[in-house]
Design a protein around this ligand. Structure first.
Ligand SMILES: [Mg+2]
Length: 187
């Protein structure tokens, strides 16, 4: 059975971080306002410490945002033909003391929403590069290493990456989970 490594944030779930930031700041930022990968960089420097305390100790990030269309049913189908592993980072060097709290939210979200994936197949690490797989699905180009098939799901921060760059790195861009199903289930 081929091994697939699937990322969580901005691959399975979307908009969670943006909604939390907007609630915390009482703003209506959209992705046009976000520069780069980290949504919470838009929080003013003098509020960062308080924001991180709020983020890690007061809320559950997965009460916000929503899931990609067709994601649950596609992963369920994939799990019949592939060894599906969910791989999600959690280390935040800005708040090492509290960042592990998000692990509980990640674990609980996964057992509730993807009950057909064995919890033994959850991997929580920032070092996705050390885990070889046949296929990886992620919104971050740097996480598509040590695998044969690299699927980059379009997200606010990766839209500018050129087709040429993707081609050079053997990466296939997918817009949604329907396209992922077409690539991985249509044979
Ligand atoms: Mg991600």
């Amino acid at each position: 059975m081929k091994k697939i490594l699937i990322d969580m944030d901005d691959t399975i779930l979307v908009d969670c971080y943006l909604e939390v930031v907007n609630q915390y700041l009482n703003t209506n930022y959209t992705y046009k306002d976000i520069k780069g990968y980290w949504v919470d960089n838009i929080v003013p420097k003098d509020k960062q410490k308080d924001y991180l305390n709020y983020f890690y100790n007061k809320i559950n990030i997965y009460d916000y945002g929503h899931i990609h269309e067709n994601v649950i049913e596609t992963i369920e189908q994939l799990s019949k033909y592939y060894d599906v592993l969910i791989c999600s980072a959690y280390i935040d060097s800005r708040d090492l003391e509290n960042c592990s709290n998000i692990l509980i939210h990640k674990h609980k979200w996964l057992i509730k929403n993807l009950p057909f994936i064995k919890p033994e197949n959850f991997i929580f690490t920032n070092r996705k590069d050390v885990i070889p797989a046949d296929i990886k699905i992620d919104d971050k180009i740097e996480n598509l290493k040590t695998c044969d098939t690299k699927l980059l799901i379009t997200a606010y921060h990766n839209k500018e990456i050129s087709n040429e760059n993707l081609k050079q790195n053997n990466i296939i861009r997918v817009e949604n989970w329907k396209e992922i199903a077409e690539i991985l289930l249509n044979h």
